[in-house]
Design a binder for this molecule. Structure first.
Ligand code: NAD
Length: 487
């Protein structure tokens, strides 16, 4: 090897090859000691029969270099093709999605001239676990999974990111007024981790009003931490209102590898015409340079890019009818400005190189100390039995289940779509065919698995059809499950 840092590079589809060539040209001219290894991904690979759009050789390179600079790809129309982004993210465990959204006023039009926020989105959990079931003809369920280690890892990542990039505040968005357990855990862990970073301000907003404020006065935010779904939506909002969807880059970071890209797609209609703006991918590449410890090259490239934008050298998408240059000419203009700094826009400084040393803090696995020290006493307290029922009224079902509950359990509540319907439900409540029947131990924490099996057998013998179970636990003596609306 040449002593250079190997990185895996995919030139992608559509405008991908042009913007990748431009990006590599700029960072190599800036002196980045990298050795690109090119892999084939995307449309051709899909059409050759690899349903995930990537080959085994490509995985070998990715696992070895651990750094992936990826141009956008075209996902062929029609079924059977899996999203390459989701596959890469899940296979390599890229748990943190980082998306800076910056406005470049007055050079790129925006309603938010002072905007400079970074969204940190948890990338693996939440509703994106993709665990869905149709339980009954009426009801489909999607599981929202939030884990303690997953929340700790991403919260630490957000604070480490803030420190590494000299940011002052981390704001978490959750909906823990409604999802008290899942979003509540994410929030609680955020609060705990924040205590270890007294130099960084921590705040929390309920996601609805938080996002409204973010869209209205983004200059009041700095780093924003969100669970997966809110982060997906929120990061598109911030990119759009910064006025720079075509300029934004994104990093996906895990303990074993990291992937860097533009947030836009392969824009097939613009392909092969030397029109596309390479800036989004270049911003992804700048994040990559910092990630691999080439901070000084990142500073050099980023400042040259800012100066280029400031000098009015724009590709068609941001020229808005004014004079514009092509992809190659834009890249050349950035190369010519290497060593220069912007006059009006804020210059960046990523500090000294860390390559050869220990690497930046974001390259290391985040310690999971809070999760590891959590060891609650667990006691079985009962079971929620979901039943398919289209015949019995709430009263009839309730009376029948009370008889079947047996000596170990009492039927405490029946709910339908989360609303209590027995005892004492309201006739106005809409009833689906899916009923959640809660059996709790007569003495707290004394339920047994054998007791649950016997209960299920009694239900079946009485001609009732159960479709799903959730065990009910006490954790350190506290109810580890939610109450129903109206309970
Ligand atoms: P797109 O982002 O490719 O294009 C949207 C619009 O923005 C188009 O008008 C396009 O011309 C313009 N645009 C995008 N990037 C530009 C650039 N760098 N310079 C100048 N103009 C640019 O979105 P789309 O049209 O919805 O999707 C096209 C293809 O890209 C689809 O096959 C889609 O699946 C794929 N896609 C890939 C990724 C990825 O690989 N990460 C992300 C999104 C979409």
């Amino acid at each position: 090897m040449s002593g250079k840092i190997p990185i895996t590079v995919a030139r992608g589809d559509g405008i991908g090859p042009e913007i990748m060539d431009a990006t590599l040209h700029i960072i190599l001219e800036a002196g980045a000691p990298i050795e690109p290894e090119f892999i084939e991904i995307g449309e051709k690979v899909y059409l050759a029969g690899h349903s995930a759009g990537i080959t085994d050789d490509a995985w070998e390179s990715l696992r070895r270099t651990k750094v992936f600079l990826k141009a956008p790809i075209t996902t062929p129309q029609g079924g059977g093709f899996k999203s390459l982004n989701v596959t890469t993210r899940k296979t390599l465990g890229l748990y943190a999605n980082v998306r800076p959204a910056v406005s470049y006023h007055p050079f790129v039009p925006t309603k938010h001239p002072g905007m400079d926020v970074v969204i940190i989105r948890e990338n693996e959990e939440d509703l994106y676990a993709g665990i869905e079931h149709q339980q009954t003809p009426d009801v489909v369920q999607s599981l929202k999974i939030i884990s303690r280690p997953g929340s700790e890892r991403i919260a630490r990542f957000a604070f480490e990111y803030a420190r590494q990039y000299g940011r002052k505040k981390v704001t978490a968005f959750t909906k823990d007024n409604i999802m008290k357990m899942s979003d509540g855990l994410f929030h609680e862990i955020f609060r705990e981790v924040a205590k270890e970073y007294p130099d960084i301000e921590a705040e929390h907003w309920i996601v609805d009003i938080g996002m409204a404020k973010m869209a209205d006065t983004p200059e009041n935010f700095d780093v924003i931490l969100m669970p997966n779904l809110y982060g997906d939506i929120g990061s598109d909002i911030t990119a759009q209102i910064a006025g720079s969807v075509g300029l934004a880059g994104s990093a996906n970071i895990g303990d074993h590898a990291a992937m860097f890209e533009a947030i836009h797609g392969s824009a097939p209609r613009r392909a092969g015409q030397n029109l596309a703006n390479p800036s989004g991918l270049l911003h992804g590449a700048i994040m990559m340079l910092v990630h691999i410890g080439l901070n000084e090259t990142a500073t050099l490239v980023h400042n040259a890019w800012l100066k280029t934008i400031e000098d009015g050298v724009h590709t068609y998408d941001i020229a808005r009818g004014g004079p514009s240059v092509g992809t190659k000419e834009f890249a050349e203009a950035v190369v010519q400005r290497l060593g220069e700094k912007p006059q009006q826009l804020k210059a960046v400084d990523y500090g000294k190189n860390t390559v050869g040393g220990e690497g930046g803090p974001l390259q290391k696995p985040m310690p999971l100390t809070l999760s590891k020290s959590y060891n609650p006493k667990r006691e079985l307290n009962g079971v929620d039995v979901y039943m398919y029922n289209t015949e019995l009224s709430p009263e009839e079902l309730g009376k029948k289940l009370e008889e079947l509950a047996g000596p170990e359990f009492k039927l405490t509540v029946i709910s339908n779509r989360g609303v209590k319907v027995y005892p004492e439900g309201f006739p106005e409540t809409f009833l689906s065919d899916n009923w959640r029947c809660r059996f709790e131990a007569r003495e707290p924490g004394t339920a047994t698995r054998a007791g649950i099996r016997a209960l299920l057998e009694r239900l079946e013998n009485a001609g009732l059809e159960w479709v799903k179970l959730d065990n009910l636990y006490l954790f350190d003596g506290q109810l580890a499950y939610s109450l129903d609306q109206g309970q």
